[in-house]
Design a binder for this molecule. Structure first.
Ligand code: GLN
Length: 491
């Protein structure tokens, strides 16, 4: 049989359903691949070999017993270490949760299990999902399979790299400001941020609760849609979960794959095609726009003037929420505890624990957020940022009166060399310039590979109105049908 690790999730599921490959064989092939390449890529923080093989065996038994299987049964999935996995280490890329094994599964993880997918393990990430390169992981960086000296994006660099390195056909990410889409773009993979509230946050370690959105990562648009369908939908355990069914993203991806976009109006965000992006990125983007037009889409330019203020607004809102959310890591309830020698006060133990357990970027965000929320500065910073958020939402609403979806490059640059931006937080933050507005608005966004620049992948972003996730899948699948997928050099 040809290499199982090179197949799409759709192909693997068909093989398993048809009895041509067992879930155990599929799982073993991916575990072998991880063993062969992950010392160089470091996509995984934890590989759950026994758990994966046990889940695969159970699935094979269900199939043998004639049970009806879901569309992704038997397909391996890598899960970002931001989601709680029962009995399996969950660190959020931080030392403060080292050794923590949650007593429960996140809703998404539970849905993955019920769907018969096989969880391979937990993927590397910037600590608490704060970062754009996975270099802020407390457990060492992940390397981009396209060029091991470059970053795989962040914060979900582990999930994206696992896909690009053929260690997993599917992965889960979380997107607060771009952490699914930006890693997708720089690794030549597909990453979708669903509508906020369209996927459950129950069991997702919180960074910025009004922005955090878990979502699917894959090597093809259809695979991402299938995964989206499995994990999405209402969850009574999450108070911000939308009580509506997931739009039919799978049908939309299939429709898009026919390559016909007649009647679809796409708006290029004027503010994102100026001098903000590298020339090579712009060339790939422009060529893709031509390809979309050839498929029948009508292309116009749409101005969204407030998007220019999205980055500063985000860097007040996200740190503010994180300063509150991360207060729970006090050395008392879970994870690390430092200095509890019987002589120190509770307060001393808490500060020693937080001093030791949090890395520099997390501390920077907590300080920023605490400052922005402090009395006297609240109105000037946090309050002002919330007003900007409202204006950004209005720009989106106005834009979607003119067009069905907005498009832009996903990121201003291709994967940058490791170490290039760690000394300058602002340069690191700029990686999410084009993805952040979507989070502030709450709508869905997808990154789909659209070309190469200097031999490195470039992503095109499609943004749609809230609960119109199907639209972005249609456009992304159409583009994929025109430009194809991109394969990194052999590792
Ligand atoms: N890079 C952005 C940040 O550092 C977004 C992170 C994310 O989406 N989790 O906050």
């Amino acid at each position: 049989m040809s290499d199982l690790t090179r197949m799409t999730a759709t192909e693997i599921a068909a093989l398993v359903a048809g009895g041509e490959a067992s879930a155990v064989e599929v799982t073993q092939a991916h575990l072998d691949r991880i063993a062969a390449v992950d010392d160089r890529v470091h996509a995984f923080l934890h590989v759950d070999t026994d758990g994966a093989l046990a889940a695969a065996r159970a699935l094979d038994e269900r199939r043998a017993a004639g049970e009806e299987l879901g569309p992704l049964a038997g397909v391996p999935v890598a899960v970002k270490d931001v989601l709680a996995t029962r009995g399996v280490p969950t660190t959020v890329g931080s030392k403060i949760l080292e050794g923590w094994r949650p007593p429960y599964d996140a809703t998404i993880v539970q849905r993955l299990r019920e769907a018969g997918t096989v969880m391979l393990g937990k993927t590397n990430m910037d600590e608490f999902a704060m970062g754009s390169s996975t270099e802020y992981s407390a457990y060492g960086p992940t390397h981009n399979p396209w060029d091991l000296s470059r970053i795989p994006g962040g914060s979900g660099g582990g999930s994206a790299a696992a896909l690009a390195a053929y260690e997993a056909p599917l992965a889960i990410g979380s997107d607060t400001g771009g952490s699914i889409r930006q890693p997708g773009a720089v690794t030549g993979t597909v990453g979708a941020k669903p509508t906020y509230g369209g996927t459950s946050r129950y069991g997702l370690v919180a960074f910025s609760s009004s922005l955090d959105t878990p979502g699917p990562c894959a090597r093809t648009v259809l695979d991402a849609a299938l995964l989206h369908q499995v994990i999405g939908g209402h969850d009574p355990r999450d108070s911000t979960s939308i009580p509506q069914p997931v739009p039919d993203v799978v049908a939309a991806a299939k429709l898009g794959a026919t390559g016909d976009l007649t009647g679809v109006r796409l708006g290029i965000v004027s503010e994102f095609v100026g001098e903000g992006a590298e020339p090579g990125v712009m060339t790939a983007f422009r060529e893709s726009v031509d390809a979309l037009a050839k498929l029948g889409a009508e292309i116009v330019e749409v101005s969204c003037p407030t998007f220019a203020y999205a980055l500063p607004a985000y860097y007040l809102i996200a740190p503010s929420e994180c300063s509150s959310n991360l207060a729970r890591f006090d050395g008392v309830r879970f994870g690390l505890r430092v200095g509890d020698d019987g002589n120190r006060s509770l307060e001393e133990v808490m500060s020693l624990t937080r001093e030791t357990g949090f890395g520099p970027e997390v501390k920077r965000r907590i300080m920023l957020g605490t400052y922005a929320l402090s009395s006297g500065y609240y109105d000037a910073y946090y309050g002002q940022a919330q007003k900007v958020r409202t204006l950004i939402t209005r720009d989106f609403t106005a834009a979607f009166e003119q067009v069905d979806a907005l498009i832009s490059p996903t990121t201003p640059s291709v994967a940058f060399p490791m170490g290039a931006r760690t000394a300058d937080p602002y340069q690191m933050y700029l990686a999410d310039l084009f993805t952040i507005p979507t989070n502030l608005y709450g709508g869905p966004g997808i990154s789909v590979p659209c070309g190469l620049s200097e031999g490195l992948p470039v992503g095109l972003q499609v943004m749609a109105p809230t609960m119109a996730d199907d639209r972005m899948y249609r456009v992304a699948a159409a583009l994929e049908s025109a430009v194809g997928t991109f394969t990194p050099p052999a590792l």
